[in-house]
Design a protein around this ligand. Structure first.
Ligand SMILES: [Zn+2]
Ligand SMILES: [Zn+2]
Length: 260
């Protein structure tokens, strides 16, 4: 059993590779991916996202504003209201992305700090997107006492030092198909050094399809490919990676209830 701990199930290009969401969910289940966390990137589309996944008890929702969605970064009032929904299991994705948008750094920081406050207030874990902003990401998590709720650094591509600092704050590290990319040698070394007890797996679909599916639209079924890569790197059976990352997921996202 595997969990896709981070994807955007509502953003797959339905009508092409999959006829609809039910088919994408079924294809995932066929490869042992029995649960999926559908991650919100803005508040405007949150209600439609929630409605779209409602028929699937094995698909969970988060609520938040992605750091690159700059139009909404100042519209924070509604976040606490929408995120209080009992079906929302986590706050995010939020965080800092200085790789693609260093020019909006200040407003990203404000939005991120607000998300941390809301997470602590609602007692829900955080889903963090972080690129090229290691120190400031950790600073904001510490200042906001994010250790009270924990969370995950998703689609991790940063240094071992950052991963270890986040783990010390009670966070998990989630790995995506990027670990299969030929250019990701340094990241694979980081993966080898991290304890399986602190890892999650994800696809971040529809983006970042792993090798050998690059160029295709990504989908939750490919979580298995990410887990296989981790198993190879660590020299353990895929079953062990699946069991541990699934246990980690339900340990972190306590409001997510096993559906099967
Ligand atoms: Zn992200
Ligand atoms: Zn994402």
């Amino acid at each position: 059993m595997l969990v896709d701990s981070h994807c955007h199930l509502d953003r797959l290009d339905y009508g092409k590779k999959h006829t609809d969401m039910a088919q994408a969910v079924a294809r995932a289940a066929k490869r042992g991916v029995n649960h999926i966390l559908c991650v919100s990137v803005d508040l405007a589309t949150f209600p439609t996202m929630k409605a779209a996944i409602a028929p699937f008890p094995q698909v969970f929702a988060s609520c938040g504003i992605h750091p690159l969605h700059k139009d909404e970064l100042k519209d924070l009032d509604r976040l606490a209201t929408l995120a209080a929904d009992p079906q929302v299991v986590a706050i995010g994705e939020t965080g800092l992305d200085y790789f693609y948008a260093s020019e909006t750094a200040e407003v990203q920081r404000e939005s991120f700090a607000h998300h941390v406050n809301v997470a602590v207030e609602l007692d829900k874990p955080l889903i963090i997107h972080t690129r090229n902003a290691q120190q400031e990401t950790l600073d904001i998590l510490r200042e906001g006492q994010a250790n009270k709720v924990g969370g995950v650094l998703h689609c991790f591509t940063e240094s071992l030092e950052m991963a270890e600092a986040a783990i010390e704050l009670g966070f998990y590290i989630s790995l995506s198909g990027i670990i299969t990319f030929r250019s990701a040698e340094a990241l694979r070394e980081v993966v080898k050094a991290l304890p399986l007890e602190r890892l999650l797996v994800e696809t971040d679909a529809p983006w970042l399809a792993p090798v050998p599916f690059r160029g295709e639209e990504n989908e939750p079924a490919y979580t298995r490919t990410v887990a296989e890569c981790i198993a190879n790197l660590k020299g353990v059976p895929i079953e062990e990676v699946a069991a541990q990352t699934t246990a980690n997921f339900f340990n972190l996202f306590k409001l997510a209830k096993k559906a099967n």
